[in-house]
Ligand binder design. Structure first.
Ligand code: TXD
Length: 323
């Protein structure tokens, strides 16, 4: 008798390796499992940590009557055959730190993780989460040598969700009715685009004065730091994990969602040889297309300034790593 449920058949056919079992990694593992998207292998350098979290998540799966498995490990061999490798390993910010302050220590961790994971999953797509995000995404591409289509960084979905939330809170509407787009690097130079914000299709500029919108945009730029300051130890993880999870879902379920994400540019937006946040279509092949939205000269300049700052840190990291 065939007792496989459709959910079981689905999750058994996909495998996601999450490198780093800290706050973001473990929360993402939980969300992937709860959606029955894929079997998860959770890897960390700390012995016992991923194994303990995996056992806890497996018990939660039993309670929720879900079928995907979570395996905790310290060995890359166990990640074999992953369809997606998600990299969250590295240090998180402490209060007062910028994302760029993490550059040197995280560059080494991320490059090693990507190279190790590639050995066991040569066909995997790489989803990068570790900060400084745009730089780490470039390093993963460079260190693995895979096609740039197979490497993407998560930040734009998160930054956009923060702007959506602040707009929804201000207007007293459901955040699901707000649509927002934040481009550029994941840092102080990110580029929220109020012109492309709508509430159920109504342009945001018709719903609130420009001064208020500018305040919400500024709060979005500092959205991560606001949480770091409140928590005192570590940074945000629920929304980062949820953002990564919809990217994983779009890839595994071949949904072709249009999401802002750090993507390799080859002339788009007048930028070359840099990973930076722009709207792209994500499907089972990875970044299947890049959408070039019309920007004003000021917005283009802001995007270029953000890209130059990313590129500068990429060059510093490449030299230090000898890549
Ligand atoms: O929008 C975004 N892209 C981000 C990025 C949103 C939120 C968090 N962002 C960044 O993700 C954050 O600045 C960090 O650089 C990473 C991970 O954040 P998290 O909050 O999960 O950090 P933790 O809780 O400190 O977890 C990091 C884990 C921890 O368990 C370490 O033991 C592990 O990484 N680690 C390693 N695992 C495997 N291999 C190596 N070498 C390693 N080094 C540390």
């Amino acid at each position: 008798m065939n007792t496989l449920t459709p959910a079981l058949i689905k999750c058994q056919s996909f495998r996601v390796a999450v490198i780093g079992a800290g706050n973001v990694g473990r929360t993402l593992a939980q969300q992937i499992a709860q959606k029955d998207l894929a079997n998860v292998v959770l890897l960390d350098i700390v012995e016992g940590l991923p194994q303990g979290i995996a056992l806890d998540l497996m018990a939660a799966q039993a309670i929720e009557e879900r079928n995907c498995t979570v395996l905790g490990t310290n060995r890359y061999e166990d990640t074999v055959g992953a369809d997606i490798v998600v990299i969250t390993a590295g240090l998180a910010r402490k209060p007062g730190m910028s994302r760029d302050d993490l550059l040197h220590v995280n560059a080494k961790i991320v490059v090693e993780a990507a190279q190790q994971a590639l050995l066991y999953s040569p066909d995997a797509l790489f989803l990068v989460i570790t900060n400084p995000l745009d730089v780490m995404t470039y390093l993963v591409w460079k260190a693995t040598g895979v096609s740039p289509q197979r490497v993407v960084g998560m930040a734009g979905v998160l930054d956009s969700s923060r702007l959506q939330t602040f707009i929804a809170m201000h207007l007293g509407v459901c955040s699901a009715d707000v649509s927002a787009m934040v481009l550029g690097g994941h840092g102080d130079l990110m580029l929220p685009l109020p012109r492309y914000c709508t509430v159920r299709g109504v342009p945001i500029t018709e719903l609130m004065p420009m001064e208020i919108l500018e305040q919400l945009v500024e709060r979005t730029r500092n959205g991560g730091a606001e949480i770091v300051k409140l928590l005192q130890t570590g940074g945000a993880y629920y929304a980062p994990a949820a953002s990564a999870c919809i990217m994983v879902e779009s890839i595994l379920r071949n949904q072709s969602r249009l999401l802002p994400a750090a993507t390799y540019l080859k002339g788009e937006y007048g930028l070359n040889d840099v990973f930076i946040g722009v709207p792209c279509r994500l499907d089972c092949r990875g970044v299947e297309a890049i959408l070039e939205v019309k920007l004003t000269p000021e917005e283009t300049e802001a995007l270029h300034i953000s890209a130059r700052s990313v590129r500068k840190n990429v060059d510093i990291a490449l030299e230090k790593l000898g890549l």
